[in-house]
Design a protein around this ligand. Structure first.
Ligand code: ZN
Ligand code: ZN
Length: 132
């Protein structure tokens, strides 16, 4: 058992996986998400503020879904998402396809650099001073 307090409603719940909120809030959030998704499909020209007000969902939550690549916007939408790396217009998520590849590569590089390096010990027979 991993009991936690739901940050949304304060109820105690058994935390299993995913976002640390209770089942009720999770279901409510999923309902909100479906509502927002449908709303965007039906109102492709709506702004973030309009979507937020029409569905009673916080703008921050909508942005979170965008970052998770769960919401997509049409090219005509006033909501312009830009790549966090190069500023290119994107439809969802945080990076354009190009930068996504680059970021993935950088992460792998950083990981490699962080790996402990085994220092090669100078071998005795390679020392500069030798006495016979
Ligand atoms: Zn809750
Ligand atoms: Zn980019």
């Amino acid at each position: 058992m991993n009991l936690r307090n739901c940050p949304k409603c304060g109820k105690m719940f058994n935390y299993v996986a995913g976002p640390p909120i209770c089942d009720d809030c999770r279901k409510r959030m999923e309902d909100d998400f479906q509502k927002v998704k449908t709303y965007i499909q039906e109102n492709p020209l709506a702004t973030l503020k309009e979507i937020s007000e029409a569905n009673e969902v916080k703008v921050g939550q909508i942005k979170e879904w965008i970052r998770q690549e769960r919401l997509m916007f049409s090219k005509d939408s006033p909501i312009k998402l830009t790549c966090e790396n190069c500023g290119e217009l994107i439809e969802t998520g945080r990076f354009c396809a190009k930068c996504k590849g680059k970021v993935a590569n950088n992460l792998t590089d950083a990981f490699k650099k962080e790996a402990p390096q085994i220092k090669a010990r100078p071998k005795d027979d390679k020392g500069g001073m030798r006495f016979f």
